[in-house]
Structures are given as C-alpha cells and as structure tokens.
Design a protein around this ligand. Structure first.
Ligand SMILES: C[S@@+](CC[C@H](N)C(=O)[O-])C[C@H]1O[C@@H](n2cnc3c(N)ncnc32)[C@H](O)[C@@H]1O
Length: 268
C-alpha cells in the first residue's frame, strides 16, 4: 500500500503505467506495486527516468509551438497524472482562452485530474479507453467542450507504445485524425530504442503484462511516419525528443538522452 488513501475504483495492487510514470518523474502518487514494477523497468532500461523527463519537456515545447500556430483547443489522449506544467497550464499561460480535454483510462488519473480541474472551466477530464476510439470520439462532453469545426490539436504523448499491435495503433490514430479540420495538429511522442535486445524485451513484456496495459513496443521514425502520413510534418521532423525545437525553451536542460522520438504535424 502507498502513503495516501486509495481512491474509489483504484486498484493499488496492479501496477499502473500512469503511476509508474509518476514514480519515474519523482512524484508521490504511486503505490508499492507501482514502485516495484518501475524499479524492474529501471533495471532493464536505466535511462527511463531521463526519457520521462525529456517527454515532459517535449510536451511543454510542443504545446508552446501549437499555441504559436494559433491552436486553442487540445485533446490530450493518455494524459497521465497531473504533474508540473500540464498541457492546460502551458497553453493557458500563453493563451488563456485555450480549452483542454484530458482523456485517460486509468481511474487514478481521473480522480486527480477532476480535483485539480474543479475550478478551471476551460478544462475537463474524460475517462475513456482510446482503443474504443469511436466511443471516445462520440462522447458528448468532448463535443460540448471542443468545437471540431475549428482546429484541434490531438496529443498522443507517451501512450502509443502501449498499443503493441501496429495495425491497432494505426487504426486508433486514423480514427482520431478523422474529425480534424485543416489547421488542426497531431503531436506524438513514442518510445524508440535503437537495438531491441530480445532477452530484455521479453523481460520487459513480462513486467508490463502484469500492469494496466497489455504490453509495450518500441517504434522507429519510419513507423512513426506511418501515423503522420498525409500530414505536414513540422521542422525538424521526426527526431529524438531533445532535438525537437530545443530553442523554444532554452531555460530547460536538454540532456540529449536517447530512447524516445517525437513530431508535430499539421492537418492540411
Ligand atoms: C506514460 S503516461 C504519459 C502521460 C502524458 N501523456 C505525458 O506524455 O507525459 C501514459 C498514459 O497513457 C494512459 N493510457 C495507456 N493506455 C491507454 C488507453 N488505452 N486509453 C487511454 N489512456 C491510456 C495511461 O493510463 C497513462 O496515464
């Protein structure tokens, strides 16, 4: 058990990738089972904490860039537990009218997001599984909050690697892109390990098979490009996260770690 009360609907004994990610980032919203699974992943992938930090920094730069492009609506799928500088804070600091929908299928994310967002009328949290993409897109509260006749940025940050099947991942992305009008954007970040060691991968899958997700997979830039096919990929293209527009926020350290790639692309 963890150090805080277990919210209703939350299973503290099954490791949750949302809480494991919180642990990598140094957060406190995690239980013993999460920390144990996360430590096993750290043994297999020692720079996983650095990857998590780089991913959050990529999120900040990508949302900043999207605001600069005039985007004021964000659909953040696989939003994760609130941490420092969440999407709505980055966007609303630059453009206070920005509207954000956080989507996640983990009950703990919903509990925390709803508490945090209770006083921010421009942000809502929706519990949904992106694998049932049509049901997600049909949710009335999303359409009450976002106007799909105007540009929307769909964020898929650190989440598609939890859909190991390539066809299923492409189906999800294609469905999420379908309602987007020109000027909308898709931002993606994804685990990407140069050489996947088979033994390490098997051990990793064993750990993930006992968590809140079915498994995990690494994808290379060409595989990520398939998700962005037909979109206009912003410079510098599909690159290692720390290489994506580091000039947007020079105040943040760019450790240059490897292990994840990302891109932002525009609907034309
Ligand atoms: C590693 S965290 C990433 C959080 C945040 N997007 C970021 O980049 O910092 C992945 C999140 O995706 C969520 N997730 C995993 N599979 C999902 C699914 N099928 N539908 C919705 N959310 C999912 C997890 O619960 C977790 O909160």
């Amino acid at each position: 058990m963890g150090e805080f009360e277990v919210p209703a609907g939350v299973d503290p004994y099954t490791p949750s990738v949302a809480r494991m990610y919180d642990y990598y980032l140094g957060g406190k919203d995690n239980f013993a089972a999460d920390r144990e699974a996360a430590e096993k992943i750290i043994e297999l992938l020692p720079n996983v904490r650095e990857i998590a930090r780089e991913n959050r920094e990529f999120l900040i730069r990508a949302v900043t860039y999207l605001c600069e492009q005039g985007v004021r609506q964000f659909l953040d799928v696989g939003a994760g537990l609130p941490t420092q500088r969440n999407v709505h804070q980055v966007a609303q600091d630059l453009a206070p009218e920005s509207r954000v929908v956080y989507v996640d299928n983990d009950p703990i994310v919903m509990t925390h997001a709803r508490a945090l967002l209770a006083e921010n009328a421009r942000v809502i949290a929706v519990a949904a599984d992106m694998r049932d993409t049509q049901a997600l897109l049909d949710r009335a509260e999303i359409h009450e909050h976002l106007d799909f006749s105007e540009p929307v940025a769909v964020l898929l940050l650190g989440v598609l690697h939890f859909i190991p099947d390539d066809d299923e991942a492409l189906k999800i992305v294609t469905a999420l892109r379908a309602p987007l009008v020109p000027g909308s954007h898709l931002a993606v970040s994804h685990g990407s390990i140069d050489t996947v060691d088979k033994d390490r991968d098997r051990k990793g899958q064993q750990i993930f098979s006992r968590t809140s997700v079915p498994g995990t997979t690494s994808r290379n830039p060409a595989q990520l490009a398939a998700f962005l096919d037909g979109l206009e990929i912003a410079d510098p293209g599909i690159v290692s996260l720390s290489e994506w527009r580091p000039e947007i926020n020079l105040a943040l350290p760019t450790p240059g770690g490897v292990g994840a790639i990302g891109a932002v692309a525009r609907v034309i």
